[in-house]
Design a protein around this ligand. Structure first.
Ligand SMILES: [Zn+2]
Length: 305
């Protein structure tokens, strides 16, 4: 009788352990509410404090919480940060889900050597809801109809004409606080990888670097569209122009689905493909920075600095 009891006992604990891990793993069969999103980010921070940290950056115009999840195993203030944000455009809900799925993947696979390495070398800043009012109201703009992704300073837009919205001011504060070396803004509504500049047809000084990484990310996702953002359409005041102009960071736009919010049954596939693309982005940045740190950057010409 002893052996079956032990077997039962061991199996019971194994099932319990597996279930308790799964409680903290998100599924992507449907869209998540903001309450679920923020509760999940908090749970991850509580459950995995050696890897995840949650904070409230501030409030939206309608008083919604704007949360940030930092994934890292290095706590130094100077640790290089890779900043990922989603849903400047509130109705582009696939973008938020794609970024949540990426965080979910990094957490679940945190002890795999490749991911452990990224977490030890970088802070990965996950900001899934830049515009929570638009997300709640299912509108592209904020509660007043303003487009947050036209509210950043840029080469032709001084600070005094920018940052009219509290949501973009929170992004500005975060970038001032952290040592951001690379960034990506998640959108949905087409399938493409885009890079600066958005405001001019002129190539940036680092166009070849952007093109190299952008095409690599696009290929990993099976996308054919990878180009300077201006040639998608001209815009002033976009996040990626600001991040690149102000901080010299790598800055890509990942457009993850042809529709802003594709049917829920397509979501799992959409986020899986986005995880693949984002991991390609993170690993490319890591390789480029390693080449820089080992003094090979001039040869490789793959870094911005
Ligand atoms: Zn968008």
């Amino acid at each position: 009788m002893v052996l079956p009891f032990r077997l039962f006992f061991t199996t019971f604990w194994l099932i319990l352990l597996t279930c308790s891990e799964q409680v903290f793993a998100l599924q992507f069969q449907r869209y998540h509410t903001q309450e679920e999103i923020n509760a999940t980010l908090r749970e991850w921070a509580l459950k995995f404090p050696e890897t995840a940290h949650f904070e409230i950056l501030g409030q939206s115009q309608q008083g919604r919480e704007i949360g940030l999840l930092t994934l890292s195993r290095s706590s130094g203030a100077e640790t290089q940060a890779i900043y990922l944000n989603a849903t400047h455009h509130g109705n582009e809900k696939a973008a938020t889900e794609a970024l949540l799925a990426l965080a979910n993947h990094l957490i679940q696979a945190r002890n795999e050597p490749g991911i452990d390495r990224l977490l030890r070398r970088y802070k990965i800043l996950v900001h899934p809801l830049v515009n929570p009012d638009g997300h709640a109201n299912n509108t592209r703009g904020d509660a007043q109809g303003h487009d947050p992704n036209r509210d950043y300073a840029g080469p032709q837009k001084p600070d005094k004409d920018a940052f009219q919205l509290p949501e973009t001011r929170l992004v500005r504060e975060l970038m001032r606080r952290e040592n951001v070396v690379a960034s990506a803004a998640f959108h949905s509504g087409l399938e493409a990888i885009l890079w600066p500049w958005c405001h001019t047809p002129e190539s940036s000084q680092h166009d070849a670097v952007f093109k190299g990484i952008g095409e690599l990310v696009a290929r990993s996702m099976g996308l054919t569209k990878a180009r300077q953002s201006f040639y998608d359409y001209k815009t002033d005041g976009e996040f990626i122009d600001y991040a690149y102009m102000k901080y010299g960071t790598y800055a890509l736009t990942l457009e993850v689905a042809t529709e802003a919010s594709p049917p829920a049954e397509q979501l799992a596939l959409t986020v899986q493909r986005s995880i693949t693309g984002t991991m390609t982005f993170l690993n490319s940045i890591d390789k480029a920075l390693e080449r820089r740190d080992s003094g090979l950057s001039g040869e490789a010409q793959a870094v911005l600095w």
